[in-house]
Design a protein around this ligand. Structure first.
Ligand SMILES: [Mn+2]
Length: 451
């Protein structure tokens, strides 16, 4: 499989911006604005003590309209009227900005080339009430837009909400982001299988196979060998290569295409021994559960219900592998799964890895880190990523607590050396009989297992 055909991209993009215009118009009208100006962003200095800048993180509202990743560009949108792209032409001889991967978007805009950000001020209509969306308030002020018109709360909230439902163009981009990430996951599995035992080297293999620089990835790759898998966001890669009789590998890494992210986790293991066998059993069980949870996705289901179902199934798994020696009902009543699975089942996915629009309601107090509390609807894209971990301080807490006696601590210690298991796919909800597309499994059929 290759990148999308440009003709397909173009035709879906045309529909995408027509749909966005339909969605924006009533929102702008209700909030009382004639138009909106969305800034792409400004470069941020890494430190006041030197002259280096962070790579640009484009304002997602801007990228919703087009995949241009340059500072100090802006789009001006007037419902039923103008759609203008102010495109800054860099005059710097120190750096040259990256070319967009494709040019499928430019023909759909009235493009105004400018040679300085300041020049945009003179091009803006003066007789309109224009809301500004962006991070750089000083830039907005320099364009004559007053404070009260910058990121108005009643506008941002509604624009976030309309991002939860993806257009076919966005689904294509999310699928391509999955395809690219899948190349990386395959490469890392091959490297692990063939004896690479340095997290840094595995990380570099992922970047190489996906054609991404470290700053291009949607989030910092999580590459964790053994015990490090228990650090949920392990990004301080071990440089040493320690060959062990048995080893586990957890990789949580994605890719970006036209601004859209993928977010995929796989857990592999190899070798022999009692702990590895127990870990293999656990991986196999988590894989089965993750697939059942994906299967259960359907229109109208509350995502938080699915999260709670994942706690019931994880409790059953902890019992099945012999870690919990009480009954499943007793373990559920004592909420023991929360010591092994302290994060949410998943989150919406799109222009941000943790995308907006699906967490408008607070989760229940026992689910503090759940980032999706929506009722599942067609066009949503979200992850399903249950996990089981042996986190030092959570284990210590459990061991010192009143429920210590129900845990097989010898087994827990053996498994702790292998960190944890997480398996994560990206799903898009459809309104047909299939109920959803699993964008990840279409390309990476296995969620984890023996390397
Ligand atoms: Mn995720």
């Amino acid at each position: 499989m290759n990148s999308p055909e440009i003709s397909v991209l173009e035709s879906l993009y045309r529909q995408h911006i027509a749909e966005l215009e339909r969605r924006y118009a009533p929102v702008l009208q209700a909030a009382g604005y004639d138009a909106v100006l969305i800034h792409s962003g400004s470069l941020k200095k890494r430190s006041d003590f030197d002259d280096q800048y962070w790579p640009l993180r484009v304002v997602p509202h801007f990228q919703h309209w087009l995949p241009l990743a340059l500072p100090d560009c802006a789009v001006y949108l007037e419902p039923g009227g103008k759609r203008i792209l102010y495109w800054l032409q860099s005059q710097s001889y120190w750096e040259r900005p990256a070319e967009p991967e494709t040019q499928h978007f430019a023909a759909h805009w009235q493009v105004e080339l400018v040679t300085s950000a300041e020049a945009i001020k003179g091009l803006l209509p003066t007789d309109k009430c224009i809301a500004f969306i962006g991070e750089d308030k000083a830039r907005a002020a320099s364009w004559g837009i007053q404070d009260t018109l910058q990121n108005p709360y009643n506008l941002i909230g509604k624009l976030d909400r309309l991002r939860a439902v993806k257009t076919p163009y966005e689904v294509l981009c999310l699928s391509e982001a999955n395809r690219r990430a899948a190349l990386g996951h395959e490469a890392v599995l091959q490297a692990f299988r063939s004896g690479v035992h340095s997290e840094l080297e595995l990380h570099l293999a992922y970047l190489g196979a996906t054609g991404q620089d470290d700053t291009d990835t949607p989030y910092k790759n999580i590459v964790a060998l053994g015990k490090n898998g228990a650090t949920l966001h392990h990004v301080t890669y071990e440089r040493r290569a320690i060959e062990k009789a048995g080893e586990s590998l957890l990789v949580d890494a994605g890719a970006v295409y036209q601004g859209y992210c993928s977010d995929i986790t796989r857990t592999w293991y190899k070798g022999t021994g009692a702990s590895i066998d127990a870990f293999g059993h656990l991986v196999h069980e988590v894989e089965g559960m993750q697939q059942r949870l994906c299967e259960a996705v359907h229109l109208g289901l509350g995502y938080e219900e699915l999260h709670e179902e994942s706690h019931r199934q994880i409790t059953q798994i902890l019992h099945t592998i012999g870690l919990l020696r009480c009954s499943v009902d007793e373990a559920l009543a004592k909420k023991l799964s929360r010591s092994f699975y302290p994060h949410g089942l998943g989150h919406s996915l799109g222009l941000q890895t943790h995308d907006v629009g699906c967490a408008l309601v607070r989760p229940k107090p026992e689910n503090p880190y759940l980032r999706n509390t929506s009722t599942i609807q067609a066009g949503q894209c979200f992850t399903v990523e249950p996990g089981v971990y042996f986190i030092d301080f959570l284990m210590a807490e459990l061991r010192q607590g009143e429920h210590s006696g129900v845990v097989d601590w010898a087994l827990a210690e053996g498994l702790a050396a292998l960190g944890g298991v997480r398996i994560e796919d990206d799903l898009v909800v459809t309104d047909d009989a299939l109920k959803h597309r699993n964008l990840t499994r279409e390309l990476l059929p296995r969620g984890g297992g023996l390397a």
